[in-house]
Design a binder for this molecule. Structure first.
Ligand SMILES: Cc1ncc(COP(=O)(O)O)c(C=O)c1O
Length: 411
C-alpha cells in the first residue's frame, strides 16, 4: 500500500497554493481510506470507475489548514479537548465578513456534523409520528434523518420552470398547514440542483413558516460555494426577525474540503430552541470534540479566504467547460446550470433508461461513478449527480468516456 505521505503533494508546495495549476494537479487519493476512491468496488462493483460521486473534492485543503493540523500533531498528547473561544470567534468573524451576518457568540452550539444536526432537529422539534417537510430532489439524509427518528416525511417537490428549479410555495403553504407539520428542513444552497435561493424566495419561506409555527432548519453547508458570476448566497437568518423559529447549520467542511474532520456549528438565536438541540446531543453524550477538527475548522475560517476565492474561479471554469462539452457532444443530457455547489444535476431522461439501466450504463459502459438521481427522491428519477470538484483533465476524460459509451449504444 502506498503511504499517504508519499501520495500527497509536499507541504512545501501546498504552501504556495496560487501557482496557476494548483487545482489541476492530480493528488493520488487511492489507499487513503477515502470513501470516494476506496469504496468504489463496494458501491459500484468496480474499482476503476472515475469517481464523480460523494461530495468531497480532490483538491488539497488550504495550506493554513494543513499547517494547523501539523502544529497540533506536534504536541503529542491528544487528550479531551475544549471548544476554545477563538473557534467561536472565527465563525462570527467569517460570517460577518463574508456574508454580512452578525452572529452573537451565545447563539452558537457546536455539533458533530450537519447530518447529525438534521437528526437532532427532527428529534427536538417534532414528536414521533409528526411531520417534517423537505423539498426533493434533495440530499438523501434529509429523508433518512426523518425516517430513522420515527418522524413523517412531508414532501414539497421542487418544480422546474424554464429549466430552473423553484420551490412550489403554494404547495409548501399547504404542507405547512397540515395538522402534523412541525419542521421544515431547507437546503440552501440546494444539493443536488445547485439553486442559490433568492431573498424573495427565502422571505416567502419565512412567512409561511411563521404563519404555521414551523421550526426551520436551514442547512447552509454549501453557503460559501457560490459562483463568482452568480448572485451571492443569502443567509436565511439575516432576513429573519426575532419571532422566527430558525436554526442555521454551517460548517467549513465543504468550503475548505475537509469533511472528514467532522465538525459543524448550529446558530440558534432562540435560547429554548438551542437548549432543545443541546439536550438531544447531550442525551447521546455527543458533546466531545476532536482537537484536529478544531484546529482545521478555525484555520479554514481564519486563513482560507483566498484559497476559496481561487477555488470558485477554477470551479466556474470547470462548470462552463462541462456544460459546453455536454451541449456540443452529449445532446441526450441536459445540465441544470448551478448557481452554487460543485455538483451538477444531469437530466438523462432522454436516454430512455430506467434508473437501474442508467446506473449500469454509466458504471459499466462509461466507467464513471456518479450518484443516481433516484437516491435524492422520486423527483430525481432519470437524473445523475456529477461532482465536478476534481482537476479539469479528469472531467475531460470522464466526458470523453461518456461520449464513447453513448456512441456505442446508439451505433
Ligand atoms: C446539504 C448537505 N448537508 C450536509 C452534508 C454533510 O454534512 P456533515 O458531513 O457535516 O454531516 C452534505 C454533504 O454532502 C450536504 O450536501
Amino acid at each position: 500500500m502506498t503511504s499517504i505521505s508519499t501520495t500527497l503533494t509536499s507541504t512545501t508546495q501546498q504552501r504556495r497554493p496560487f501557482v496557476p495549476d494548483f487545482f489541476d494537479r492530480r493528488l493520488q487519493r487511492e489507499n487513503t481510506c477515502s470513501v470516494k476512491f476506496d469504496a468504489r468496488k463496494a458501491v459500484f462493483g468496480r474499482e476503476d470507475v472515475i469517481p464523480l460521486w460523494v461530495a468531497d473534492m480532490d483538491f488539497a485543503a488550504p495550506a493554513a489548514v494543513t499547517q494547523a493540523l501539523e502544529e497540533r500533531a506536534r504536541h503529542p498528547v491528544y487528550g479531551y479537548t475544549l471548544f476554545p473561544e477563538s473557534l467561536y470567534a472565527s465563525i462570527v468573524d467569517w460570517f460577518r465578513s463574508r456574508h454580512g451576518w452578525t452572529i452573537e457568540r451565545d447563539w452558537l452550539l457546536m455539533a458533530p456534523g450537519v447530518v447529525p444536526s438534521l437528526h437532532a432537529a427532527a428529534l427536538a422539534f417534532a414528536k414521533e409520528g409528526e411531520g417534517v417537510i423537505i423539498q426533493p430532489p434533495v440530499y438523501p439524509p434529509f429523508f433518512s434523518a426523518i425516517r430513522k427518528t420515527g418522524r413523517v416525511v412531508i414532501e414539497n417537490p421542487l418544480e422546474q420552470v424554464d429549466g430552473r428549479y423553484q420551490m412550489n410555495l403554494e404547495h409548501l403553504e399547504a404542507c405547512a398547514a397540515r395538522e402534523d407539520a412541525r419542521v421544515l428542513l431547507l437546503c440552501s444552497p440546494h444539493n443536488p440542483v445547485g439553486r442559490v435561493w433568492t431573498e424573495s424566495e427565502l422571505t416567502a419561506v419565512l412567512a409561511i413558516a411563521r404563519r404555521h409555527n414551523l421550526v426551520v432548519l436551514s442547512d447552509e453547508i454549501h453557503c460559501d460555494l457560490t459562483y463568482p458570476d452568480k448572485p451571492a448566497h443569502q443567509v436565511l437568518a439575516r432576513l429573519a426577525g426575532d419571532e422566527d423559529a430558525l436554526v442555521t447549520a454551517v460548517a467549513p467542511s465543504k468550503t475548505f474540503n475537509m469533511p472528514g474532520l467532522g465538525l459543524s456549528a448550529l446558530v440558534v438565536a432562540n435560547a429554548e430552541h438551542r437548549k432543545a438541540l443541546k439536550d438531544v446531543f447531550d442525551a447521546m453524550h455527543m458533546n466531545q470534540c476532536n482537537p484536529f477538527s478544531i484546529a482545521g475548522f478555525e484555520a479554514g475560517y481564519r486563513d482560507g479566504g483566498q484559497w476559496l476565492d481561487e477555488l470558485m474561479v477554477y470551479l466556474q471554469g470547470t462548470r462552463d467547460f462541462v456544460m459546453d462539452y455536454v451541449e456540443q457532444h452529449l445532446p441526450a443530457i441536459q445540465v441544470t446550470e448551478p448557481e452554487g455547489t460543485y455538483l451538477l444535476w444531469l437530466d438523462c431522461r432522454a436516454l430512455e433508461m430506467d434508473d437501474s439501466e442508467l446506473k449500469r450504463f454509466f458504471v459499466h459502459q462509461a466507467g464513471i461513478g456518479m450518484n443516481p438521481g433516484i437516491t435524492f427522491g422520486e423527483a430525481g428519477s432519470g437524473f445523475m449527480r456529477m461532482n465536478i470538484g476534481c482537476p479539469r483533465p479528469v472531467l475531460q476524460r470522464a466526458l470523453e468516456q461518456i461520449r464513447q459509451a453513448m456512441a456505442s449504444v446508439s451505433g
